[in-house]
Design a protein around this ligand. Structure first.
Ligand SMILES: [Mg+2]
Length: 407
């Protein structure tokens, strides 16, 4: 649409969406002063959502991503993304209409009402959509109060440690060894590698090869780097037990998703039989899924994802639950904004790490001015309000509102 769009008209279209820095006191829709003015307290009490929309942002590279945006009558906006297609569709088709007139401060009531609003609310795309709405409301409240989300949540940690999540790197031994050493040199004290190429159909030879990966990595990085392994649901209990018995000597920090999350009994059995902590949770939907695993002593690491489990609000509840059981919450890292802020808001004993998917995150936030990038294995939280998301017009070719209402 805007292949030939001149800069002025492009900025006008950004302005119409509340995203252009030339919009008076607003930069990227972020007011530089309190938008409710000196009579703020009473106006804050009256603040209502007036509009919600899904924005499709097309980069100059032609890559397209989706953001959820909400508006209030006071000109204040909230922005969150990139979000998954499924989340965007549910946000647009269902949650949007329930947002109009909603008090953005009353998020607990809204979440609960939406969770009770459908007999299919307990999982999957429904709760992904609810997560997107919950997160955009956190962003809006941050912009309202001029504070980053982690501070609104009661946190004080400005720096969080990232672990290198090594999806997509070569498993060829010399390449594996070189990459692991390189990541250690870059300051990553924690590395997660994937053992998803083999499974029960590969028999004892498969187990042997998956143990060899652990041995090679331990030899490559020494004893001062934590190694984690993700089996991506590929294993069964017998395979996992055989691997764990032989891999324990190399002290993995955890084995992640050896089975599908539906297979609670296998998680319980594996946890009982190995000293290696067992992790799962990127497919947990809501605190109830987590509770089932924790009360059964099935896992030691909860990996709920704030864009899938119900949003920042739900992940904070999950952190509380995990703290009661003495286990870690280390959120799944398919994206970073919400996960970073929740981790920074919690005690380090509960949330010690953030997942940083090295290959995926390279370019994932291309559309934004401030891209989370670990330095020496550390991610810095900014003081920008909300999640601090500001779109970068120099990377964007087109922004348009998209809708699933008619489909
Ligand atoms: Mg995983």
């Amino acid at each position: 649409m805007v292949d030939h769009m001149k800069r002025r008209s492009f900025l006008t279209s950004l302005a119409a969406l509340g995203l252009a820095p030339s919009l008076g006191a607003c930069a990227e829709g972020v007011p530089t002063t309190n938008p409710v003015g000196s009579a703020g307290q009473s106006k804050r009490a009256d603040l209502k959502i007036t509009k919600a929309e899904v924005l499709q942002v097309t980069g100059k590279s032609k890559r397209k991503v989706l953001y959820l945006k909400v508006h209030t009558g006071e000109g204040l906006v909230g922005l969150y993304g990139p979000i998954d297609n499924e989340a965007a569709m549910f946000a647009d088709r269902f949650f949007k209409r329930h947002l109009i007139g909603q008090d953005p401060l009353a998020y607990e009531a809204y979440w609960d009402r939406m969770f009770r609003a459908s007999r299919h609310s307990r999982g999957s795309h429904y709760i992904m959509g609810l997560s997107a709405v919950d997160n955009v409301l956190w962003d809006l409240r941050g912009r309202l109060f001029g504070l980053p989300v982690y501070r609104l949540l009661g946190g004080s940690r400005k720096r969080v440690r990232a672990y290198a999540s090594c999806l997509g790197f070569s498993q060829e031994p010399s390449a594996l060894r070189a990459k692991a050493r390189e990541l250690k040199q870059q300051g990553y004290r924690h590395q997660k590698w994937f053992v998803r190429d083999r499974g029960p159909s590969h028999g004892p030879e498969g187990v042997e090869e998956d143990v060899a990966v652990v041995r090679l990595l331990r030899e490559a990085v020494g004893d001062d780097v934590d190694l984690m392994f993700d089996a991506f649901w590929r294993w069964d209990l017998q395979y996992a037990l055989a691997w764990a018995r032989r891999a324990e000597q190399y002290r993995p920090r955890w084995i992640e998703e050896p089975f599908q999350t539906a297979n609670l009994d296998a998680f319980i059995e594996l946890s009982r039989e190995t000293s290696i902590p067992v992790a799962t949770g990127e497919h947990f939907y809501g605190r109830w899924d987590v509770h089932k695993f924790l009360k059964a002593d099935a896992i030691m690491v909860v990996q709920a994802d704030p864009e899938w489990c119900g949003g920042v609000s739900e992940l904070v509840k999950i952190c509380t639950l995990a703290s009661v059981h003495g286990v870690n919450v280390i959120p799944h890292g398919h994206s970073l904004h919400a996960a970073m802020h929740v981790v920074a808001s919690q005690p380090i004993e509960v949330c010690p790490l953030v997942e940083y998917l090295i290959r995926k995150m390279h370019g994932y936030y291309d559309f934004e001015k401030h891209q989370p990038r670990p330095v020496d294995g550390i991610l810095e939280l900014s003081d920008r309000p909300g999640f601090g998301i500001e779109l970068d017009e120099s990377k964007i070719e087109d922004i348009r509102v998209v809708s699933w209402q008619q489909t």
